[in-house]
Design a protein around this ligand. Structure first.
Ligand code: IMP
Ligand code: MG
Length: 188
């Protein structure tokens, strides 16, 4: 199968993301006011840019930990089966926890991770997703905070990839296949 070229059309600018991150951080700080230490859990790898910006806006004592779950096998479709590839380093029992996800698509990843961490007896447990594609949902879950709701488009940038590419774009853009794109999709 030939490689398919694609271009990336900007959907959410770096400036809009920064403004929204600031708003979300102040809502989160208010919700967790008085916490002795918030454990911010980033879901690898897509949330790494978002979590970096978010914690720097958070006026709270925080610890950062990471968990890697996989539902996509290097493709554009969710496999629906969620596996934990890397677990947290720290204990969360009795601790306040914020799970940070890049995109809620079918909802299986966030739902699985939420139940897993809930089973460890945390204090207050909340979720935030930078992006949400509500029309794609297959399991009833919604993050406590959402940065932006987007239509059913495949997006990249600000940490989010297409087969490991384009994570370093400062904005969020949608992938559009075209006969003469700047980027090449992986070989199928
Ligand atoms: P879910 O389990 O179907 O909700 O999938 C969530 C995960 O799929 C996200 O954490 C992303 O890693 C990935 N994902 C969903 N939509 C996109 C997209 O448009 N671009 C890149 N990755 C995506
Ligand atoms: Mg992900």
């Amino acid at each position: 199968m030939p490689q398919r070229p694609y271009v990336i059309d900007q959907m959410i600018s770096a400036k809009s993301i920064a403004a929204r991150v600031e708003e979300l951080a102040s809502e989160i700080a208010a919700d967790f006011a008085g916490t002795d230490k918030l454990v911010v859990v980033g879901l690898l790898r897509g949330s790494f840019v978002f979590i970096a910006d978010l914690v720097r806006e958070l006026d709270l004592p925080v610890e950062v930990d990471f968990l890697e779950a996989s539902s996509y096998d290097n493709a554009m479709e969710s496999s629906r089966e969620v596996r934990i590839l890397k677990d947290l380093r720290g204990q969360i029992e009795g601790r306040d926890v914020l799970i940070v996800e890049d995109i809620v698509d079918t909802g299986y990843t966030l739902s699985h991770v939420l139940h897993l961490l809930q089973s460890r007896g945390p204090g207050k447990l909340r979720t935030i997703a930078l992006l949400d594609k509500p029309t794609r949902r297959e399991t009833p879950i919604r993050a406590d905070w959402t940065g932006f709701e987007i239509p059913d488009e495949f997006v990249v940038g600000y940490g989010i990839d297409f087969a490991q590419r384009n994570r370093n774009l400062p904005y969020i853009g949608k992938v559009r296949f075209t006969p003469e794109g700047d980027h090449l999709a992986p070989e199928a």
